[in-house]
Design a protein around this ligand. Structure first.
Ligand code: HEC
Ligand code: HEC
Length: 334
């Protein structure tokens, strides 16, 4: 790789200006993002991201005070060391109540365009308080949670400092959304490879990347810095699980074409965070690869991009090796 001064020399004055600009960036600027992520993360005007707000959101995220009976916090299901999922095929809420979908990983969700497997929440601010009221998850009353927060001097002071007023529902919303925006995954072998460090991927992983982009057609949906198009597709996943009734995106759009469509999840940190798919119906990445190899699960609404692949066993193991190269550094907090 070229060193920066050389590159600037070749590119002439424009390059030099860029170099000076890069040097001038403050240490706390975009350079502190893990390698591979977009420097621009959309943040709504009414909720600017500040370290103090994210710290308050972090405290809330780990606090069982947000659940009806005080038995579980957001982090009970979104477990940090598991890429913020829980290793279960379906989420388990208060009193062992079984949820309807698998807990998604929460890395890089600040870049998301919609939230939940069916995208029914448009913003993180809208999304983050829904688990609190969901009877299958935290089963609490948001007003009651706000009363509890007001009764805790530590929280009352922290909300006062961040928002200039006592704890209220908007404060809870803003703080939790801000914390979720700080959960980032990047600097994986894949990112280092893309940045020019050829040896960061093993030969098998490099072959796997070629298959991912080529023969296996994965990159048509799993693309960009987050390996997702943030769109909804029918892969047929879940159709074989007993009692499969989840129609996914159609519940939001009422457009029959969206029947059985779910949001393409990011593949970052995917290796250690099974089971997979919205219903946890595939236990391992090997099973996921077999699933795509046979062309997903046939149904009247299957995406035209999902077709039989005819991968050899060598290609399958290369693809698996590549998916493991998407695990990097997970950061969270202010
Ligand atoms: C009982 C387990 C459970 C708890 C507790 C829980 N979640 Fe979740 N979370 C889920 C499940 C399951 C989904 C997907 C639900 C769906 O798609 O319908 C989800 C989805 C999300 C998403 C959307 C991610 C995406 O990519 O679309 C975010 C963000 C999130 N949760 C944040 C939180 C926060 C913040 C809390 C605490 C206030 C919380 N969760 C509590 C299980 C849980
Ligand atoms: C037509 C778009 C599309 C194509 C092509 C595609 N995927 Fe997916 N992928 C999705 C969607 C949508 C989901 C979620 C499906 C669900 O839960 O019902 C998904 C889920 C996954 C998951 C599970 C992640 C998780 O957290 O549960 C993995 C792993 C995955 N895909 C890998 C691949 C690989 C490898 C390929 C190529 C062989 C591929 N995908 C091709 C859209 C696609």
């Amino acid at each position: 790789m070229q060193s920066l001064p050389q590159a600037a020399g070749r590119a002439g004055l424009g390059g030099l200006a860029l170099l000076l600009l890069l040097r001038a960036l403050p240490a706390a600027g975009p350079r502190t993002l893990p390698l591979g992520l977009d420097a621009y993360m959309p943040v709504p005007d009414e909720n600017p991201l500040t370290p103090e707000k994210a710290a308050l959101g972090r405290k809330l995220f780990f606090d069982p005070l947000l659940s009806g009976d005080g038995s579980l916090s957001c982090s009970t299901c979104h477990v940090p060391r598991l890429g913020f999922t829980d290793g279960k095929s379906l989420a388990v809420g208060i009193g062992g109540r079984k949820g309807k979908r698998r807990t998604p990983r929460l890395v890089n969700r600040g870049y998301g365009r919609s939230f939940f497997w069916d995208g029914r929440a448009a913003t993180l601010e809208e999304q983050v308080v829904q688990p609190i009221g969901n009877p299958l998850e935290m089963d609490a009353n948001l007003e009651e949670v706000v009363r509890r927060l007001n009764a805790r001097p530590g929280y009352a002071a922290a909300f006062g400092k961040v928002f200039g007023r006592p704890p209220d529902t908007d404060g809870v919303r803003y703080a939790l959304a801000s914390y979720v925006r700080t959960i980032l995954s990047g600097n994986s072998p894949y990112d280092r490879y893309i940045a020019g460090e050829m040896e960061a991927l093993t030969p098998a992983q490099r072959r796997g990347l070629e298959i991912f982009r080529g023969k296996a057609n994965c990159a048509v949906c799993h693309l960009g810095p987050n390996l997702t198009d943030e769109e909804f597709h029918n892969t047929g996943a879940g159709l074989r699980s007993p009692g499969a009734r989840d129609k996914g995106r159609v519940n939001v759009t009422a457009d029959p074409v969206d029947t059985g469509a779910f949001k393409t999840p990011t593949l970052r940190e995917v290796a250690a965070t099974g089971p997979y798919m919205h219903d946890g119906s595939l236990a391992t990445l090997e099973e996921v690869i077999e699933f795509y190899d046979r062309g997903g699960e046939p149904n009247s609404n299957l995406s035209p991009e999902i077709q039989r692949l005819g991968l050899t066993s060598g290609e399958k193991s290369d693809l698996l090796a590549f998916l493991k190269a998407l695990s990097g550094e997970v950061r969270e907090g202010p």
